[in-house]
Design a protein around this ligand. Structure first.
Ligand code: AHR
Length: 524
């Protein structure tokens, strides 16, 4: 489903607006050669790579997803309709909850039963505010049903008990008669829910208990023992992974948890945030030095991923353990005047670049990466959506997710690329970043990110093993590197039809604007 008709109208208007500044800044074109091996696809890009994360943090849950049944903001059982509609349009496949750091101090039994009787707690990590527990297990699983996505719950290993974790899984998934299943029924839900993804703690090297990897591995072994499969439900167990390039953490966990016969985990969850700019940490007030710095840090995720995969391959050459990259994204200063603990930041064309190139990297590593969850869905860090009371806007990052939907569950096509560098001061980065896939109807999609803010890029591509007949595309760009959408001007950065691609004999050519994300569709 495409964004709403109103959004579509703004998209068309932006074609005209975008073309003028784009022409003004276009300098001498550079060239790149791309080979797409359409005859060699074998790995599937798991749609869960396009997953999301929602924590009890600032206005992600409260105000972002949850407004309550009595709100004047249109809602279904307390959940905002506009937010659900927007996330359905990007085919949100999976949502991680309740944290984050919040997960390791969350006691799920406080979030069930009549809302007015639920106890409160202090959200110590995020602003020290009082959490009223109005959004709990039932509300989260209702949200996932409304979104049509899989739930991914992160359990409390840091400060919770094993019994508590065991009870949560029983409460959600047990069909028969049991204390927890009966409690669920008393709270209005007769049938169990299906729950596949369960995290056993979060960042237990830090906010989740400051543990050493060996200590966490032992704790993980105990806790995961009681995370049961009831009936037909099968839990995919996810262990806390390393921070950034901490390969020792990965080494210890792989050594302690992956035996020869049956590994004790199905997934390992690294986290990496690529920070902000060098001179400025503002999401929207920055210059080229900050653009370059952030994109270099974003591209570093590939080196980090390769480092962890190398360790994992040593213990698990059969690739039974998935990388579940369940937190990643850009982290800027909060918007002036907002609570520092709420991590509310704007989102510019630079964030769209971060998303486009990171998703390309995950696609290209889909043999091992089976899920990723950008932080965080609404009003927190690199969000898809910002809200202000009844108002809602879609960020440039949202539109990258929208443009990349054809990659969901498509077959990855290997690519080879030779292209120019984007040079800045005495440093340089590859200007172009790409991934390609073939969907079930046979269409090929190619996502290209040109991070050079000055130069257009002429791409000449050969399609090995396919004969292209038609090509079309969409582009996300803007006149300024800092361009972003506001509640007053929500359509500054939006996708527009891309007309600078042509089929050639055995491939295509495309002229990519400076600082753009382009997604091409090729039919044979
Ligand atoms: O996403 C914000 C925080 O970043 C999460 O709570 C934590 O896991 C990470 O450090």
């Amino acid at each position: 489903m495409a964004p709403s008709r109103k959004t579509h109208a703004i998209v068309l208007a932006s074609v005209v607006l975008l073309s003028i500044p784009a022409l003004l800044v276009a300098a001498e074109g550079q060239t790149a050669q791309l080979t797409i091996k359409a005859d060699q696809g074998k790995e599937t890009i798991n749609r869960n790579i396009y997953g999301h994360f929602a924590e009890h943090l600032g206005h992600c849950i409260y105000g972002g997803f949850w407004v309550g049944e009595d709100s004047s903001i249109p809602n279904t059982r307390g959940i905002r309709n506009d937010v659900v509609e927007a996330l359905r349009a990007i085919k949100i496949p999976v949502l991680r909850w309740p944290g984050g750091c919040f997960a390791d101090e969350y006691h799920w039994k406080d979030g069930i039963g009549p809302r007015e009787q639920r106890p409160t707690m202090i959200n110590t990590h995020w602003g020290g505010v009082t959490e009223n527990n109005h959004f709990g297990t039932h509300e989260f699983l209702d949200l996932c049903e409304q979104l049509g996505c899989e739930p991914y719950i992160c359990g409390n290993l840091g400060s919770g008990t094993i019994e508590e974790m065991q009870d949560w899984v029983e409460y959600i998934t047990f069909d028969g008669k049991s204390p927890m299943a009966d409690l669920r029924r008393k709270n209005g839900r007769e049938q169990p829910w299906k729950l596949r993804y369960f995290g056993v703690g979060n960042e237990n090297w830090g906010c989740g208990g400051n543990m050493r990897p060996e200590y966490y591995a032992d704790q993980y072994r105990r806790y995961q023992t009681y995370v049961r499969n009831f009936g037909e439900n099968r839990i995919f167990k996810i262990a806390c992974g390393p921070s950034g390039a901490n390969y020792e953490w990965t080494e210890a966990l792989m050594r302690e948890l992956v035996g020869r016969r049956r590994p004790m985990m199905n997934g390992l969850a690294p986290h990496y945030y690529c920070g902000s700019g060098r001179r400025s940490r503002s999401a929207t007030q920055f210059t080229e030095v900050d653009w370059f710095w952030q994109l270099r840090n974003a591209l570093r995720i590939e080196e980090i991923l390769n480092g962890h995969i190398e360790v994992m391959d040593k213990y698990d050459p059969q690739k039974r353990i998935a990388v579940i990259f369940d937190e990643w994204g850009a982290w800027h200063d909060v918007e002036p005047g907002t609570n520092r603990g709420f991590l509310y930041q704007q989102n510019s064309l630079r964030d769209a670049m971060v998303a486009g190139l990171t998703l390309n990297i995950f696609n290209n590593h889909c043999e091992r990466v089976k899920m990723a969850n950008i932080a965080q869905t609404v009003n927190v860090l690199q969000a898809m959506i910002l809200t202000d009371g009844p108002k809602m806007l879609l960020t440039p990052t949202y539109y990258v997710y929208f443009l990349y939907t054809p990659h969901h569950d498509a077959t990855l096509l290997p690519t080879e690329l030779t292209g120019p560098d984007y040079a800045f001061e005495s440093d340089k980065l590859p200007a172009l970043n790409v991934s390609a896939s073939r969907d079930q109807s046979g269409k090929i999609h190619v996502s290209l990110v040109n991070i050079d803010p000055h130069n257009t890029l002429e791409v000449t591509s050969q399609l090995q093993g396919a004969t292209p007949k038609r090509i079309s595309g969409q582009v996300l760009t803007a006149g300024e590197i800092t361009a972003h959408n506001t509640f007053e001007k929500p359509g500054v950065v939006e996708p527009a039809p891309f007309r600078d691609a042509k089929v050639t004999d055995g491939g295509f050519t495309a002229t990519l604007p400076a600082k753009s994300v382009v997604v091409l569709e090729i039919e044979g």
